[in-house]
Design a protein. Structure first.
Lengths: 315, 420, 285
């Protein structure tokens, strides 16, 4: 570690992080808002890809956990205006939900797993829609404060402005990204990949496959929960569509755009997802068709995702 | 190909910038143009509303610009589809204000989108003229109680859908059993509750015999219709709107509903898209004169030269009749113009001060600004859906006109149940 | 009692729309092993084409339906030959993503071609009106939909069980390598099945045109319902799709009557429970 020169991707990552920290000085408030959306989707997609790219399970219900994180955070902030508590509570709630539904979901793999997670996600969606007393129904929860970061008796830091809240999102996202980076290189991450590549071989050497899948599912749920919990203070609102399957499709698209088999794939994909959409929306209201064409073209041309282009060049 | 696309766009932006510069000279507000961001549902079964918002805003801007603009400033419109989704509406609002540089925003169809946008408007510090979203909570709660001053509503809230119906049918002694086919979201719940609450006051003898709910994007109302008809109601109160209203009415016709009920109240049935959708059936009198409706503006009322000229211009420009989201959006731009000219500024507080006590004549009639909740008050009649040879689409006939004071709610507001 | 029976009949007509869209989805999955996310969009295209041929050009309803089936079949052919067939080798997740891309394209394409405003052409005269059933008025149109659904079920059964073509398709579904080895042109079977499935989806959309709204976005609503049906019936199981369409259609009609609040939730609970207990579907041995 000591004498080795940092690799090119590492330098790039450091420069990027630096640029992100300086963003409020160089950009207006809309780019900052967009950057937060990208970071949130990046965290969401990273969790999804732990399940998909590293474990081989394609979930169509991640929006359910995203929503549990968002609603959990929102409910807490509406009662106790403390951002630490809100985000931690949202993440914890999503983690518990993912653990419980994960026990059932990991009994299956492949398309059956996808359909099962779709059903669970849509169950959460219908609860968000119908349980008006708790979730506010279709109107959702409104007026969620961008509460201060507070440790009672010690510190209370206001993050009410967009720029300050941006740093909350940035720091938490970077921590989450770093943790995931370590995780996929840890024995746990390597075991998950072994399961993905051959379930029977992993079983043969004594890996409790289902337990590992459950761990991956729960971690993916925690990441979805964190991403979800960062949303209500930003938007001041949580509404049921965030639990809908079309929201589950967002990390799927971002990850596939960026590339499944590169660690940074979901992050690059989240960036592309918003940038492509945002650029197209400026010039035409028919952005879906362009997005669809890009998705189809990418799948046809680079089935490995955008990061796959670089991977190919390297080999 | 994408690269070329982007390059063309950069050029386009650059040229906009260059051409915008000379305009600065004449505009007394010191901006290249007054930018107005418009939003509405432009996809899905409710998409005609968004289109009408876009058409109304565009035509108003064209007329104002042709007549010299607002204090010499041209109006520039940008329309975005909010997909009837709160998250999209909020994101659009942020984009329009912080990036595109909107000075005002206008539009919004769904109540849910409106409620989500409210707090964000306070953060963005821009006035949004709501021209369709109907929940009473937008003005009663967010403005009157929470003090979000950036919310201004040009269209009538849910009072129109519910209280007007109760006022009309309280006199129909032959109707004792009401049933509800409701939109399965807040607008539907509050309409039905407000209707029941008001009607009960006048008619303790009526019964509310059945209530079914249909969510957004319901494709088939047959089970809902069958379920309420099982209770043999005298009258139906229905709140699904736009394309869903057309389907509901069609599917009711073929279940013989109009042979069995006395009255069908289709709250927003006076909207142009609905009238177009059922015009063949109305021409054949398939509804037997039992279909009643209102709207937040109806093209055959008021019978003024103003309104007729407006419709003529609108038909010439778009080859359509204006529905209410078009009239309210069109009028919102003229309200904005009047307020800015009086304030000689676009600052929120100054514009609001200029709007205080405002009375303005729009195609839909006289609108009066209510300071407590930023609600514009005006009359819209309700009536029977009938064919009229003067119009290619049905109109509301047999009009019942109520004074606004009889059916608007007034501060201090009492809560309306939003339960089913 | 009459109320229950009448509501059940209404449910039966709902079931037939579900059957038509899930039949195509499940056949395609059974043979190609692809979950076609864009299947709901083909339903939508079928509806729009019917609107054009029948509502705008004024062709007889039956002719319009046939033309729209052909048109949608052609679209299906382009999707399969031009795109899907080129990536059969790669991870199934990318096939899913590709069909998801089609949803986005088709949703906007119909907006560009037909505008965002919903369409409902008039009901053909011979299907208008109602018949007295159980002391109530049952729409002729809903009876027509039930009839179409049953005829399609009978035709599919005959096609797959009694014809040479059906045997080839079933052989390909069971073991595509083996089918290829005995001389079946597997790529051609794939194309044919995909086109056939697309036309079934289009039929659902087409016969719904005069009573159900045609608008961008209806595809996304239909695809989720089709997923529910095919999962409960067993992915790739045609008979299962028919029975589970009946169950879900009739239950949701009763749901509207008896417990409207929980309808949506319960349907997904049923889907999840079936997946957990009998992932092969309720009706697959």
């Amino acid at each position: 570690m000591t004498a080795r020169l940092p690799s090119r991707p590492a330098i790039l990552a450091v420069l990027l992080v630096l640029a992100l920290f300086l963003l409020p000085w160089i950009a207006g408030s809309y780019p900052i808002y967009l950057a937060m959306q990208i970071l949130i989707l990046a965290v969401f997609s990273l969790g999804f890809n732990l399940l998909f790219g590293y474990t081989g399970l394609l979930s169509f219900g991640q929006a359910g956990f995203f929503a549990v994180g968002a609603y959990g955070c929102a409910k807490i902030l509406l009662v106790v205006p403390n951002l630490f508590l809100g985000i931690a509570g949202g993440v914890a709630a999503a983690g518990v939900a993912a653990l419980l539904l994960g026990i059932l979901s990991v009994r299956h793999t492949r398309i059956y797993f996808s359909m099962l997670t779709l059903a669970f996600g849509m169950m959460i969606f219908s609860i968000a829609w119908k349980w008006r007393d708790f979730t506010g129904g279709d109107d959702g929860l409104v007026g969620i404060p961008r509460a201060p970061l507070e440790i009672p008796g010690l510190v209370s830091l206001s993050v009410a402005t967009m720029e300050r809240y941006y740093y909350v999102v940035l720091v938490l996202s970077l921590l989450a990204i770093f943790a995931m980076y370590r995780l996929v290189r840890s024995p746990l991450g390597l075991t998950l990949q072994a399961i993905r590549d051959s379930e029977t071989r992993a079983e043969f050497v004594g890996v409790p496959v289902r337990k590992y899948r459950l761990i991956a599912f729960t971690i993916a749920g925690l990441y979805a929960g964190l991403a979800g919990a960062l949303l209500p203070p930003l938007e001041n609102t949580v509404t049921p569509p965030i639990a809908h399957w079309s929201t589950s499709a967002e990390p799927v698209m971002a990850t596939l755009l960026g590339g499944v088999h590169a660690f940074a794939g979901p992050i690059v994909g989240a960036f592309l997802f918003f940038i492509i959409k945002d650029i197209i929306v400026r010039f035409t209201e028919y952005w879906l068709i362009w997005f669809g064409i890009i998705v189809v073209a990418l799948v046809m041309a680079f089935p490995g995702g955008v990061m796959g282009i670089f991977a190919k060049r390297r080999t | 190909m994408m690269k070329k696309f982007a390059a063309v766009n950069v050029l386009f932006l650059l040229s906009l910038f260059l051409f915008a510069a000379p305009a600065l000279a004449q505009c007394q507000l010191g901006v290249p143009a007054i930018k107005v961001g418009a939003q509405g549902a432009a996809s899905g079964p409710h998409s005609d509303y968004g289109r009408q918002i876009e058409m109304g805003a565009t035509m108003a801007a064209e007329e104002i610009n042709a007549a010299g603009g607002v204090l010499g400033c041209k109006i520039e419109i940008k329309f975005m589809d909010d997909e009837n989704r709160a998250a999209t509406g909020v994101k659009n609002a942020r984009y329009l204000v912080t990036d595109w540089g909107a000075h005002f925003t206008v539009g919004t169809d769904s109540s849910g989108v409106a409620m989500a946008m409210g707090p964000v408007l306070a953060e963005l510090k821009r006035i949004h003229f709501f021209t369709h979203a109907a929940t009473h909570r937008l003005t009663e709660e967010l403005v009157a109680v929470k003090g979000i001053k950036e919310i201004v509503r040009v269209s009538v809230p849910v009072y129109q859908d519910a209280i007007v119906a109760a006022l009309i049918f309280k006199d129909r002694k032959d109707i004792k059993r009401w049933a509800n086919i409701g939109a399965d979201y807040e607008y539907g719940y509050t309409s039905w509750n407000l209707f029941k609450e008001t009607l009960k006051k006048y008619r303790p003898d009526v019964e509310f015999v059945a209530s079914v709910w249909a969510p957004f994007l319901t494709l088939d109302f047959s089970p809902h219709i069958a379920a309420v008809m099982a209770e043999k109601p005298d009258a139906i109160f229905a709140t699904p709107w736009a394309g869903e209203a057309v389907m509901l009415l069609r599917q009711s016709l073929i279940q013989g509903v109009f042979d069995n009920v006395q009255v069908w109240w289709q709250a927003m049935g006076g909207s142009v898209d609905v009238l177009e959708g059922i015009s063949a059936e109305v021409a054949k009198d398939r509804f037997k004169g039992k279909l009643w409706a209102t709207a937040r503006y109806i093209h055959n009322w008021p019978d003024t030269a103003d309104n007729k000229a407006f419709i003529e211009r609108y038909r010439k420009r778009w080859a359509r009749f204006p529905n209410y989201s078009a009239e309210t959006t069109y009028s919102a731009l003229f309200i904005m113009k009047a307020a800015v000219e009086k304030a000689r500024s676009m600052e929120t507080d100054k514009v609001l001060a200029a709007m205080k006590g405002m009375q303005i004549r729009n195609p839909g009639g006289l609108r009066v600004f209510r300071d407590e909740d930023h609600q514009f008050i005006y009359n819209v009649p309700a009536g029977r859906v009938v064919a009229d040879e003067k119009y290619p689409i049905p109109v509301l006939g047999d009009l019942r006109v109520f004074e606004a004071k009889d059916y608007y709610r007034y501060p201090p507001f009492t809560a309306v149940s939003a339960a089913k | 009692m009459d109320t229950i029976a009448f509501q059940g009949l209404i449910g039966l007509s709902l079931a037939m729309y579900l059957w038509l869209i899930s039949a195509g989805l499940t056949i395609i999955f059974g043979v190609l092993r692809i979950v076609n996310f864009a299947h709901g969009s083909l339903y939508m295209v079928g509806a729009y084409l019917t609107y054009t041929f029948y509502g705008q050009m004024g062709l007889p309803f039956g002719v319009a339906v046939v033309l729209s089936l052909l048109g949608t079949g052609l679209l299906g052919l382009v999707m399969e030959r031009g795109f899907l067939s080129r990536i059969y080798g790669i991870d199934e997740a990318y096939q899913l993503l590709l069909t998801f891309g089609f949803i986005l394209i088709l949703d906007d394409a119909v907006k560009i071609i037909w505008g965002g405003v919903f369409k409902i052409p008039p009901i053909p005269a011979f299907l208008d009106g109602s018949w007295p059933v159980f002391g109530r008025s049952f729409p002729v149109y809903n009876a027509f939909v039930i009839a179409v659904g049953i005829v399609v079920a009978a035709v599919l059964w005959a096609l797959f069980e009694k014809t040479w073509w059906g045997r080839i398709v079933r052989a390909t579904a069971t073991d595509r390598e083996m089918a290829g080895a005995i001389g079946v042109n597997v790529p051609r079977v794939f194309s044919a099945v995909f086109v056939f499935g697309s036309m079934l989806a289009a039929l659902g959309g087409a016969i719904g045109t005069p009573v159900r709204v045609v608008a961008p976005g209806i595809g996304a609503t239909m695809i989720i319902q089709a997923f529910i049906i095919t999962v409960i019936g067993g992915l790739g199981n045609l008979k299962g799709a028919f029975v589970s369409s009946l169950i879900v259609g009739v239950l949701s009609a009763y749901g509207t009557l008896f417990f409207p609040v929980f309808e949506l939730f319960f349907i997904f609970v049923i889907m999840a429970v079936v997946l957990l207990i009998r992932p092969q579907g309720l009706f697959t041995r």
